[in-house]
Design a protein around this ligand. Sequence first.
Ligand SMILES: [Zn+2]
Length: 73
Amino acid sequence: MKCPYCNSEMKDGYIQSARDTIFSIEPHKVQFWPNKSIGEFTVPSQSRLTTTCAAYHCPRCKKIILDYAKKAK
Ligand SMILES: [Zn+2]
C-alpha cells in the first residue's frame, strides 16, 4: 500500500493489543467502553479477548492505517 501522505511504500504489519481496542470520538480517561450513540465502536478482531488487525505503517510520516476488515494471517 502506498502512503496517502507521501506516496512511499508502507510496511505491512498488525496493530495488536492484549485487550479490546476502541475507536473513540473523544479520549476516554476512565472507562474504555465505546459510546455507540455518538459513533464510537470496538475495533472488530478475530478474538474476543485481544485485538489483532492488519495495519500499514509509514515510518517517514509516522502514520498507521488500520484495516479492521482484513483478516490477520
Ligand atoms: Zn508517508
